[in-house]
Design a protein around this ligand. Structure first.
Ligand code: AMP
Length: 302
């Protein structure tokens, strides 16, 4: 089962206390598509400018990502820059230049319209809705969001929630969106707005999955070598949705496994800048870390 992924395709500049890199391949759709590609074929929807390096198209293709829905427009590619503190959970956005994204209103290629699984990676909820409206009868729709849209396009985000199956957001966004300090209450409150499932990511502390009849708390992988946390959330969403598409079932155990596979891909992503680590990631490495997640969370009565 394939997955349609829309979101930003960007050139990022990232500064951590130890390193600084410019014009890196990034964007929510880039990270999410690469992550999902480890599980299932991907139909990408996005836009880049004429300055987007050609070698990146090749990289997507090598990972089974269909680029028929990736427009190349005159003008510069979307650019984002951010800076991390010593606490790598804390990030400051330094600049966002929408560039070719400013007027982006994609029409889906005919062959994309029947894609059964959809991931609306982080981009404005209006654009997410515009893409979703063109997909006919999807089986399962996941959306990611960020504080910017909670603050600037709240009504559009609330409307989107009525049309999706699962919302993914991080803990500060869940608190801000619901005005709740308690994450359990926040998760339950979002469920009442439409989605059947909500995933709250807690950065290096794992994640929580809420459903009307289920709750799952996933541990975090105890990583020591974090070089760049950029894209971890997008990789989580891509790995999560890609895994569901591969299994083509939505039940509590498959959802729990999807959370763990999302966490595994995210844990590899942060080991290097941009998509560098994912370029060389192998299935045995995914399996190895998945097994470790299982061992870490298993306990029996003593
Ligand atoms: P994450 O670290 O998972 O929050 O995602 C980081 C990625 O999101 C970067 O590669 C950015 O290019 C992209 N990004 C940042 N701001 C936005 C935005 N407003 N809309 C879409 N993508 C964005």
């Amino acid at each position: 089962m394939s997955v349609l992924i829309t979101g930003s395709v960007a050139l990022d500049s990232v500064k951590t206390p130890l390193e600084e890199h410019h014009e890196l391949m990034g964007g929510s759709a880039s990270y999410a598509s690469m992550a999902a590609s480890f599980f299932t074929p991907v139909n990408m929807v996005g836009i880049v400018g004429s300055d987007f390096p050609k070698k990146y198209f090749e990289l997507y293709r090598q990972h089974g990502i269909n680029l028929d829905g990736l427009q190349v427009a005159d003008g510069p590619t979307f650019r984002w820059s951010g800076e991390y503190e010593w606490d790598l959970n804390k990030r400051r956005t330094l600049s966002v230049c929408l560039n070719v994204f400013e007027t982006f209103q994609p029409g889906l290629p005919e062959a994309y319209k029947a894609t059964p699984y959809v991931l609306l990676a982080n981009i404005s909820p209006q654009l997410q809705m515009h893409v979703l409206a063109q997909v006919s009868g999807p089986k399962f729709v996941v959306a990611d969001t960020m504080d910017l849209w909670i603050e600037k396009q709240r009504d559009a985000l609330v409307e989107l929630l009525r049309h999706i199956d699962c919302l993914i957001l991080n803990e500060s966004e869940a608190r801000e969106f619901t005005q709740q300090t308690n994450l359990i209450k926040a998760g339950r409150q979002i469920l009442k707005l439409g989605p059947k499932f909500v995933v709250v990511k807690k950065g290096e502390h794992g994640s929580l999955l809420f459903g009307n009849d289920m709750f799952f708390s996933a541990p975090a992988y105890p990583l020591e070598d974090i070089h760049d946390p950029t894209g971890a959330g997008d990789c989580f969403a891509g790995g999560f949705t890609g895994y569901l598409a591969r299994k083509d079932r939505i039940d509590p155990n498959t959802l729990r496994n999807a959370v763990i596979h999302g966490s595994v891909i995210a844990s590899y992503c942060v080991e290097d800048f941009s998509l560098t680590r994912l370029e060389s990631l192998t299935q045995p490495e995914i399996k190895e870390r998945y097994d470790l997640f299982q061992v870490m969370s298993r306990f029996e009565m003593s």
